[in-house]
Write a protein that binds this ligand. Structure first.
Ligand code: NAP
Length: 320
């Protein structure tokens, strides 16, 4: 089979398309014919060797993919060959024609969701669902600011928060991104590249502030976020690419909090809850993964460059 392999940590050019043996499922494992793989920012940090998790070399990147079950190992009960599925992590990497996964890492893909959309489920929707439900403990009467609403996690968060009944504000940096955030459910959108947009957000709350901020770029925004919060407000730090200085006094009067977040820290109970919630949302149409760009598997290195370009408009997916 064809797979992307990383033999050394480094820039996007270390992603090489190679011919490798197709894995065989052992007991409790499932082999999936991956039709599309989702590209997430963490895969670029991992490839660069700067991420908290360093896989042994060589490895195939990717946790998110969608396709059809090819074969199952002994003892696999809930999945059969020809089932349409998405992966929430894999054993062998999703940037490949086939991926090996544990049975519990395989989840049913509703008929109305195509494989390209299915490639954009696990990390974006898992993150958004976990952040809103478990981390922020969001309520329908609250207002959430999705700070970075045009990318994978942001669009998922807008859709989930809207379905939960919250008042949803979203930001993006281009007219296209703003349009997508609005189309996917944000009640109001703001351009995070325009000076003074934070004052517009505050004004839109009647100067009360927002209850929740889902922050995609804390190193840029956190200091200002603390001034946008309502009483008992909370910032969930999902993404951050550097250091930041804040004034803790902004939190004190508001009794506000900043909460660190990682999808890798979920408990098995939370994971089951997340997949149940995602499946229901995909099936009832409230969750609709948005594909912004499709590239062939061979162009994985381009995908790793493009994901850092401004002007997000949904997921980048690799066609395998
Ligand atoms: P993505 O698809 O590349 O989207 C990036 C988003 O950040 C876009 O909406 C982009 O908007 C926005 N952005 C750019 N400049 C911004 C600014 N100054 N203020 C606010 N937003 C800004 O990435 P993603 O998959 O959504 O992930 C977002 C971040 O969360 C990444 O840093 C990722 O590593 C992190 N993440 C963390 C976890 C975790 O477990 N902690 C899980 C998933 C993701 P424009 O392009 O429109 O400017």
């Amino acid at each position: 089979m064809k797979a992307i392999r990383v033999h050394e940590f480094g820039g996007p050019e270390v992603l090489k398309l190679e011919e490798v043996p197709t894995p065989k499922p052992s007991s409790g494992q499932v082999l999936v014919r991956i039709h599309a793989a989702g590209v997430n920012p963490y895969e670029t940090y991992m490839r660069a060797g700067t991420y908290a998790l360093k896989p042994p070399l060589p490895y195939t990147p990717g946790s998110d993919g969608a396709g059809v079950v090819q074969a199952v190992g002994e003892g696999v009960k809930n999945v059969q060959p020809n089932d349409r599925v998405y992966t929430g992590r894999t054993l062998s990497g999703s940037y490949a024609e086939y991926a090996l996964a544990l049975e519990e890492q395989i989840h049913p893909l509703p008929a109305k969701i195509d494989f390209k959309q299915g490639a954009g489920i696990w990390v974006p929707y898992g993150t958004a669902y976990h952040a809103l439900h478990h981390s922020a403990k969001a309520h329908a009467s609250e207002t959430v600011l999705v700070h970075g609403a045009s990318g994978g996690v942001g669009i998922a968060a807008v859709q989930i928060a809207r379905a939960m009944g919250l008042t949803v504000f979203g930001t993006a940096g281009t007219p296209k991104g703003l349009e997508i955030a609005k189309r996917e459910g944000a009640h109001q959108v703001f351009d995070h590249r325009k000076s003074g947009y934070q004052e517009q957000i505050l004004h839109a709350t009647g100067d009360r502030g927002v209850d929740i901020i889902l922050e995609m770029l804390a190193n840029v925004n956190l200091a200002h976020d603390t001034m946008l919060l309502a009483r008992n407000g909370r910032v969930i730090v999902i993404g951050s690419r550097g250091e930041v200085t804040i004034n803790a006094r902004e939190l004190m009067g508001r009794r506000a909090s900043i909460r660190g977040f990682t999808l890798w820290g979920i408990t098995p109970e939370e994971e089951a809850d997340i997949h149940a919630g995602i499946f229901a949302g995909l099936e009832n149409g409230t969750l609709r993964p948005v594909v912004g760009k499709e590239l062939p598997l061979a162009e994985a290195s381009r995908a790793h460059k493009d994901i850092f370009e401004p002007g997000s408009a949904g997921k980048i997916v690799l066609i395998c």
